[in-house]
Design a protein around this ligand. Structure first.
Ligand SMILES: Nc1nc2c(c(=O)[nH]1)N[C@H]1C(S)=C(S)[C@@H](COP(=O)(O)O)O[C@H]1N2
Ligand SMILES: [Mo]
Length: 297
């Protein structure tokens, strides 16, 4: 069921990707080149450049501008880092990150990443299946959902000093979504430690859901019985659902979700059609059998 169309057994060096991008750009300015770039992205999962992935971010704790996180987040101290694990688990506790995940091997996974704002990238994450972490702490039978919280560090996070969102940023998954082999905890990008603006030292990545589900800089993981609070759903439940599965057929009330702007596809912008479940339908659609995905958006 887990199809590794996302990893490459022999990983293309970053330099080659850059050259290929330059080659595409060199075909000539304009929409033809942009279009070809976008197509290459979508079909063979050509990753975005490091500077795109780490320079164009959403991390409202550090400001709402796309360039704010890369400017402000480097001031965050991520070592030591403590993660509270609580709720319906056999081994709750305040874990030093290394004690929690230090023995879990990491792997590279190249995933499409689709923001609800209708832009997308392809990101080569390093990390591990969230299920590995959950198995370590021992999920109890009553648990139905996993809830996550981001750090609140007013000293270094200008965003949390203002009521932009109801801090801390919180997200949640149904337990079966959390245990799905595609759901990962990321600790790196391009084989380097994950930069603060991308959610250091550990962030969630759920590739078939809109990006806001992929909560950053996690300090708390709770196993719970009831559907947990989710920041964007709470902020505007008419616009952001708990499930937030990428769905080209259900538009955001203020814009279409049928297509997406590929970051880095060139000046003229590469727009590509958005795929159901962000291209992972064959692996995850069965999680939602019998559910009305329009009502549960
Ligand atoms: N704590 C926290 N996590 C967050 C966000 C945020 O503002 N705060 N933004 C979300 C949104 S909307 C997106 S699209 C992704 C962006 O991840 P990236 O900057 O690594 O591309 O992070 C998500 N996780
Ligand atoms: Mo997003």
């Amino acid at each position: 069921m887990f199809k590794p169309d996302l990893t490459r057994s022999d990983v293309t060096p970053e330099r080659f990707w850059l050259n290929r991008r330059q080659l595409i750009a060199g075909l000539g300015a304009g929409s033809l080149a942009a279009g070809l770039g976008a197509r290459a992205r979508a079909e063979d999962l050509e990753p975005n450049e490091w500077d795109e992935i780490t320079g164009y971010n959403n991390f409202y704790e550090f400001g709402t501008g796309k360039g704010d996180p890369s400017k402000n987040a480097p001031a965050m101290e991520t070592s030591p880092w403590t993660v509270k694990v609580d709720g319906l688990v056999d081994r709750p506790g305040d874990y030093l990150l290394d004690d929690l995940i230090g023995d879990i091997p990491t792997e590279e996974r190249i995933y499409r990443f689709r923001c609800v704002e209708a832009w997308s990238m392809v990101i080569p994450w390093n990390g591990f299946a969230l299920s590995r972490l959950l198995e370590k702490v021992g999920v109890q039978d009553d648990a139905k959902f996993v809830a996550f919280e981001t750090a609140v560090l007013p000293e270094v996070m200008p965003g949390v000093r203002r009521p932009i969102l109801d801090w801390p940023y919180r997200e949640g998954l149904r337990l079966d979504e959390a245990m799905h082999p595609l759901t990962m905890m990321a600790t790196g990008i391009y084989g380097r430690p994950i930069p603060n603006q991308n959610g250091a030292p550990m962030r969630l990545v759920v590739p078939w859901k809109y990006g806001f589900k992929s909560i950053k800089s996690i300090v708390r993981i709770s196993l719970v019985e009831d559907q947990p609070f989710a920041t964007w759903q709470d902020t505007n439940a008419d616009e952001y659902g708990f499930y937030a599965n990428v769905n080209p057929e259900v538009d955001h009330p203020r814009w279409s979700q049928a297509s997406e702007r590929v970051i880095g596809a060139g000046l003229f912008g590469g727009r590509i059609p958005t795929l159901p479940f962000n291209g992972y339908a064959d692996q995850v659609a069965s999680l939602y059998d019998g559910m009305d995905l329009r009502a549960n958006f």
